[in-house]
Write a protein of this length. Sequence first.
Length: 560
Amino acid sequence: MASDLPVNFIQNIINQDLEADKNDGKVHTRFPPEPNGYLHIGHAKSICLNFGTALANNGLCNLRFDDTNPSKEEVEYVDSIMTDVKWLGFDWDDRLFYASDYFEQLYQYAVGLIKAGKAYVCNLTADQIRDYRGTLTEPGKESPYRNRSVDENLDLFERMRAGEFEDGYCVLRAKIDMKSPNMNMRDPVLYRILRATHHRTGDKWCIYPMYDYAHPLSDALENITHSICTLEFSDHRPLYDWCIENVDYSGEAQSRPQQIEFARLNLTYTVMSKRKLRELVENGYVDGWDDPRMPTISGLRRRGYTPSSIRDFCERIGVAKRNSMVDIALLEHCIREELNANAIRVMTVLRPLKIVIENYPEGQVEWLETENNPENEAMGKRKIPFSRELYIEQEDFMENPPKKFFRLRPGGELRLKSAYIIKCEQVIKNDAGEITELICSYDPDSKSGGPTSGRKVKGTAHWVSVPHAVDVEVRLYDNLFLSENPDEEDDYKTALNPASREILQGCKAEPGIAELPQGNKYQFLRQGYFCQDSILSKPDKMVFNRIVSLRDTWAKVSKN
């Protein structure tokens, strides 16, 4: 039995199976996405669970694309999914599969069901099938085509494959029980006619298996032992088992897969429906699947989240049997906690206000020493230039401040981070009455180690030397939705946050930022954690996304 495993009900099931030597003591899982969109944070939970469970039990995990609906699937989505899985730190080695790999076998299995009297071709329309199915309190009615002969069903099914019938003309249904209390067992559809070019098989097929038929048999063919899926499939489990038990795949599979359901991830202030995410993309509410405001893995990656922070998040939320809502603050806490220990501190002024230190020598430049990360001494120190003209944040000065304002004011003092204490001597305004510049003086003995370095000044601010400043664009992100649960709205789009992104141009950063690798993560002092945008940044233009702010609401909640 594997050791040091996370405690959850799925692992308990696996432990029991290992003790009983079920499946010859093997653990084989799979991650089976449909390539009809980009993966989101909910899929990350499934990826971590399936691949992580296999790794922890010395087993294997397959990556299998459920490509049974060519009308919505694209190669772009296949490529993005493989990128996301590998970025999260997992590998399927040589176990990359597609449901389309098994189309011929699945067809022959369906033929076997027809021959055994367990499937039939039905000419009811989709609406009629729904009407005949009944309700949760009333049994369904049998289709008038249910008792067709085996020969007639074989002929019709072959003609379906040959393309003789129009889309929707007929379907292949399992013959189970129209009175079953489980609606999924009331003669479910196994095959439908669908003329659409498949991204792998082209136009070879015009009939495609339904997910509930293809999935369990694909699991069986790949010798999956534990088929881990989300809770909405619990009512489908009897059909999953029915397919496994009634299809003759002897000689082609060695294991009897077991479906196990866990609660899907629901995250506050976002939506997890791939249909809704696709709508946001296609209707231009966001800039694409990788928009940093999106809960997609590619969006989180572009925003600056790390694989380890997402894996940490997935481990912290655990594996449950009941659906619940997870606070997005926990996801933010995971990346914030990691970057607090590892991110380089950088001085960047987002809304610049120029100051001139009148008693500092013109043309002089000092290179002052400051720490790269006070939480991690091993990251060392760096030199930053100090000159007569500096930028500070506009918010760090108020002409008529309230009593508890501890920044710069007329006649007041402010300590500049890793530098000197300055005093505001004069306020310069333009003709419109707007403050354009501050004339200040400095205490030359107040820098670190100087005679007055210990002098108490309540406020400390970051700054950037004007002649050395690097121009950068900064993008500040907030939740994409204003509602904690947008799905509860009549139209989730009405809950979109119009201020979910603020673009700041003309920001000023210390010069060293231009010399560091693009993939680096930074803490802009007092502003949050940032990284360069992998798409928008160019050699002549640096664009930074705010990954997360400094304020950690989850840490405060978790301590209470």
